[in-house]
Structures are given as structure tokens and as C-alpha cells.
Design a protein around this ligand. Structure first.
Ligand code: NAD
Ligand code: DAU
Length: 370
């Protein structure tokens, strides 16, 4: 049995990864989730998994706590999803991004190094640290070209600068201490449990509520979208097959301008809600109001990166990863999920989800270390 320490496992990608592991490995994976439950962490997302995992509320920056977790468990893999993840918030308040994303990563590296080291530059067999990074470390592309693993690092927002710094610390541990680690750099994810401050879930939520749809600048910035389960699959493959010390880009060649994304969502939601009463009932507006008149061009994001596009040929040719979900299917699945899970959306937008942890705590269903 392998023991996974999954940090940030109550967030969007981390929680999807926990569900993916349980589905794939069942009881042969022991899963410990360490999450601070910031505004972006929602324990309710893991409601159906809580009897199969050990959940610990805590900060990846907390040395004592992370050491305690390693003392009590024979950790094989650390997968670090924990981060402040929203670019707009990093522009407003950069400091917490530096603390969590850089110092938190270094704390995890230091504790796992100490726990796994068995001799000079020698580590327990089979252990691995995986840093979940982002394509934003490469900066911004013009109209052509792709990010490869050799593209120079050129972060441009406080968020991407903090993620790049974290990558460099991981690389320093690999080069200096021969620390067993990989870095994955993925493009924009979408899918269930995505916090509705990010483009796709925000647009879905605003359409349901009959609100305007904010598009930054001219709407022609390009992002390269990947269904979250395909990202989870990539991480699983890199843990099991990735060559130690290597970096792997993850992306599915699915570039779209933001305005295209917004129009696709409008079209799908107008069709779904006009055809099916169960979806129509969710709307807080009339079906007839779902159209492009909702689009509102707003002030651009400061330093807004123009285009991201990943070249995933290394992970495909060396490890056999490929994306399984076509965008046309993934976006419909995602929209249907949000229409069916309004309770989850209302919980995270009202802040009520923060009380869920207290409820669970009182029911003594969790293992909490203070
Ligand atoms: P998210 O904001 O949805 O989740 C982050 C999680 O980390 C939350 O559960 C939060 O409570 C937790 N967290 C924050 N600070 C913490 C701390 N100090 N200690 C412990 N837990 C803490 O983010 P996400 O979109 O799921 O992203 C997960 C990781 O993947 C991040 O590292 C992000 O940089 C990276 N990434 C995201 C995308 C994307 O499109 N969302 C793409 C590529 C890479
Ligand atoms: O590329 C990977 C990154 O993708 C991850 O590392 C980040 O954690 C993740 O948040 C995401 O960053 P983006 O900034 O690309 O995602 P976001 O959803 O915030 O914005 C997507 C695009 O849509 C971007 O060009 C800005 C634009 N946008 C966003 C919002 C929230 C709008 O036009 N209107 C909006 O209201």
C-alpha cells in the first residue's frame, strides 16, 4: 500500500485528484490530505471521501505539523497542490502568495528530505515529491509557438512569480541534494468543484443568476483548457513513471480565446435550459435572457498575459499520457455539473461551507492536529 500526502486536497484540482485516486486504487492507496481550508478549500467537496481518507486541517508552512505527519506515517509520495491560485487576488495582495507558494513549498521539501534521507544523497526506495506547477511560469506567448520544458522562465504576475520561485526551490533540492522529485506544469483546468472566481465557473454562475458576464480587455487573450480529470491522470502517471528530476508539461492542445469560451457557454446553457425543465428550474432568470447581450467588456487585468499554449509532447512520448476528454464533451459535463450542484455553488459563494468543517469537527469524524 502506498501512502500519499496530498496538500491542498480540498481545493479544485486536489479534491478531483483525491477522488481519482480512490476510484483507481481503492483501499490500496492510503490518503492523507493536509489543507488549511482557506476561502478556496471546501471540505464538503470531500464529503463522500471522508471515511476513506485522513483529513488534517493545517498550513503547509507549519514545520511542526508537517514533521508530525511524517513521524506518524510512512509517507511514500507528497503531492503539493496547496497554493494561493488566483491571479487577480495576487495582484491585489501578493504577500500570502509568497508565503504559501514559496515558503510552504520549501517547508514541505525540507521535512520530506529529512524523513526520506537514508545516507549521503541517498533516499528511501520509491519515494517521490511532486510539485504541481503551472504553464504561467513561462510567461506570455505571441500569436504562434508553444511552451516546452526548455522555454525560459518569465513569470509576469505575483502569482506566477511565486509559482516559479517554488519550482526553482524544487529544482535546487533536486540538483543540490539529489532529492527525488518531479515538477508538472499544466495549462488551465476546468471541471467540477472549480471555485466560481475563475472564468468558466464564474460565467456559468452569472448566467444562472442573470448577471452580466465580465470579459477582461478585448476578450482575445488565449488560454489552453484541459479537463481536470486529464490533469489528474497526468499526475498519477508522473508519480508512477516519471524520471526523477524531470519536468513535464501537461496540456491538451485546446486553445481558445476568452470570448469564444464565454460564447460557447452561453450557447450550451441556452440550449440545455430551453430543452430540459430540470435545468430551467435552476435559473434565477428567464431562458430568453441567456444570450450575448449579457457580455460586458470590463477593464483589463493588470499585466494580463496574452496567450498560453502547452507543448505536451514530452509527457506523451516518454510516459504515454494523452488527454481523454474532448473540450466539446468536457464543457457540457461541467455545465451540467454546475446546474445540478447549485447547493455546492451557493455554499462556496455564501461562505457557509466554512461552517461545514466545524460541523465535521464536532461530529469527531476527522483527525485534527492543532
Ligand atoms: P484552489 O485555489 O482551488 O485550491 C488550493 C487549495 O490549497 C485550497 O484547498 C486551499 O485551502 C489550500 N491551501 C491554500 N493555502 C494553503 C496552505 N498554506 N496550507 C495548506 N493548504 C492551503 O487551486 P487549484 O486550482 O486546485 O490549484 C491547485 C494547484 O494546481 C495550485 O498549486 C495551482 O498553482 C496549480 N495549477 C492550477 C491550475 C488551474 O487551472 N486551476 C493549472 C495549473 C496548475
Ligand atoms: O494557466 C494555468 C493557470 O490558470 C493556473 O496556474 C491558475 O491557478 C488558474 O487560476 C488559471 O489562471 P488564469 O488567470 O488563466 O485563470 P482565470 O480563470 O482567472 O482567467 C482565465 C482568463 O479569463 C484570463 O485571460 C482572464 C480572463 N477573465 C477572468 C475572469 C475571472 C475574464 O475575462 N473575466 C473574468 O471575470
Amino acid at each position: 500500500m502506498k501512502t500519499y500526502l496530498i496538500t491542498g486536497g480540498a481545493g479544485f484540482i486536489g479534491a478531483n485528484f483525491v477522488k481519482y485516486l480512490i476510484k483507481k486504487y481503492g483501499l490500496s492507496a492510503k490518503i492523507i490530505v493536509l489543507d488549511k481550508l482557506t476561502y478556496a478549500g471546501n471540505l464538503q467537496t470531500l464529503e463522500n471521501e471522508l471515511d476513506k481518507i485522513e483529513f488534517i486541517k493545517g498550513d503547509i508552512c507549519n514545520r511542526e505539523l508537517v514533521e508530525y505527519i511524517f513521524t506518524k506515517n510512512n509517507i511514500d509520495y507528497v503531492i503539493n497542490f496547496a497554493a494561493e491560485s488566483h491571479v487577480d487576488r495576487s495582484i491585489e495582495s501578493p504577500e500570502i502568495f509568497l508565503k504559501t507558494n514559496i515558503l510552504g513549498t520549501q517547508n514541505l521539501l525540507e521535512v520530506s528530505k529529512k524523513a526520506w534521507l537514508i545516507g549521503e544523497d541517498e533516499y528511501k526506495v520509491g519515494v517521490k515529491y511532486l510539485q504541481v506547477s503551472t504553464d504561467e511560469v513561462y510567461g506570455s506567448l505571441g500569436d504562434t509557438g508553444y511552451f516546452t520544458e526548455e522555454t525560459p522562465l518569465d513569470p509576469r504576475s505575483p502569482y506566477s512569480a511565486s509559482k516559479t520561485s517554488a519550482d526553482l526551490i524544487v529544482k535546487a533540492y533536486i540538483d543540490t541534494y539529489k532529492f527525488p522529485a518531479n515538477i508538472t506544469r499544466c495549462s488551465n483546468n476546468y471541471g467540477p468543484y472549480h471555485f466560481p472566481e475563475k472564468l468558466i465557473p464564474l460565467i456559468i454562475k452569472n448566467i444562472i443568476e442573470g448577471k452580466t458576464l465580465p470579459v477582461y480587455g478585448d476578450g482575445k487573450n488565449v488560454r489552453d483548457w484541459l479537463y481536470v480529470e486529464d490533469h489528474c491522470k497526468a499526475i498519477d502517471i508522473v508519480i508512477n513513471k516519471g524520471t526523477l528530476g524531470e519536468i513535464y508539461n501537461v496540456g491538451g492542445h485546446n486553445e481558445k480565446q476568452n470570448i469564444e469560451i464565454v460564447k460557447i457557454i452561453i450557447d450550451i446553457m441556452a440550449e440545455l435550459t430551453s430543452k430540459e425543465i430540470k435545468y430551467r428550474e435552476v435559473l434565477k432568470t428567464e431562458v430568453g435572457n441567456i444570450n450575448e447581450n449579457l457580455i460586458k467588456y470590463v477593464k483589463d487585468r493588470k499585466g494580463h498575459d496574452r496567450r498560453y499554449a502547452i507543448d505536451p509532447s514530452k509527457i506523451t512520448s516518454e510516459l504515454g499520457w494523452y488527454p481523454e476528454t474532448k473540450f466539446e464533451d468536457g464543457i457540457i459535463k461541467t455545465i451540467k455539473w454546475y446546474l445540478k450542484n447549485q447547493q455546492w455553488v451557493n455554499g462556496v459563494t455564501s461562505g457557509n461551507y466554512q461552517q461545514y468543517y466545524d460541523k465535521m469537527y464536532n461530529e469527531a469524524r476527522q483527525n485534527i492536529i492543532k
